[in-house]
Design a protein around this ligand. Structure first.
Ligand code: S3P
Length: 184
C-alpha cells in the first residue's frame, strides 16, 4: 500500500440510509481524525439545504456542486470523509477520492435501507430523490439496482451493515484499516 497510514483518508460510500454519517463520526472519534461530510460542505458553501438545491436548481446542478466539493477536498489528508449516496454516479469523483483515500462501501439490504430511510420518516423529511415516492421499497430498489455495480467497482473494501450497530460497523472498518498497515 503506497498511502501512508497517518495521511490517508477513510472514505465512506453507499446508499442513503446505510449510516455513512453516523459511522463516519464514530470512526473520527475513535481514531481522532477530522470528520467531513460532503453534503454538509455543500450546505455550508451554498447556504441552502440539499432539498432546496434540488428543488430550485435540479439534480444536475447539485451533482456539479458535489463534484466541485470533492475536487476541493481531494488534497485533504488524514480525514474521515462521508459522501452523498450519488457520488459514484460520476467516476471522476471516485478517482479524486481515491487519490488520498481508501474507499469503504457500506452495503445494506433493501429492508435495512427502507427501515432507516422511510419506514418512520415523514414524507417531508425524506431525501430529495425519495421525497414524493408512492412506493418507497420499489424506488429504493430501483436506485440500488442502478448503483450497486458502481458501489462495488468503486470500493476498496465492502462492509455489510445489516443487523449491526454503527459501533460494530465502525470497528470493522477500523480493524480493516489497521490490518492494511499491520506489516508496513
Ligand atoms: C443522494 C443522497 C444524499 C444527498 C442527495 C443525493 C443520492 O446523501 O447527497 O440527497 O443521490 O442518493 P445521503 O447518502 O447522505 O443521504
Amino acid at each position: 500500500m503506497i498511502k501512508e497510514k497517518n495521511s490517508v483518508n477513510i472514505v465512506l460510500i453507499g446508499m442513503s440510509g446505510a449510516g455513512k454519517t453516523i459511522v463516519g463520526k464514530y470512526i473520527s472519534k475513535i481514531l481522532n481524525k477530522d470528520f467531513i461530510d460532503t453534503d454538509d460542505l455543500i450546505i455550508e458553501i451554498t447556504g441552502k439545504t440539499i432539498d432546496c438545491i434540488f428543488k430550485e436548481h435540479g439534480e444536475a446542478y447539485f451533482r456539479q456542486l458535489e463534484k466541485d466539493t470533492i475536487k476541493n477536498i481531494s488534497s485533504y489528508k488524514n480525514k474521515i470523509i462521508s459522501t452523498g449516496g450519488g457520488v459514484v454516479l460520476d467516476r471522476a469523483n471516485i478517482h479524486m477520492l481515491r487519490e488520498n483515500g481508501i474507499i469503504f462501501y457500506l452495503s445494506a439490504s433493501i429492508d435495512t435501507l427502507y427501515r432507516n430511510l422511510g419506514a418512520n420518516i415523514k414524507e417531508d423529511d425524506r431525501r430529495p430523490l425519495l421525497k414524493y415516492s408512492k412506493d418507497l421499497i420499489e424506488d429504493i430498489s430501483k436506485l440500488y439496482k442502478n448503483r450497486k455495480n458502481l458501489y462495488i467497482s468503486s470500493a476498496d473494501y465492502i462492509v455489510n451493515i445489516d443487523g449491526k450497530s454503527f459501533e460494530t460497523v465502525g470497528n470493522e472498518i477500523i480493524s480493516i484499516f489497521d490490518s492494511i498497515y499491520s506489516c508496513s
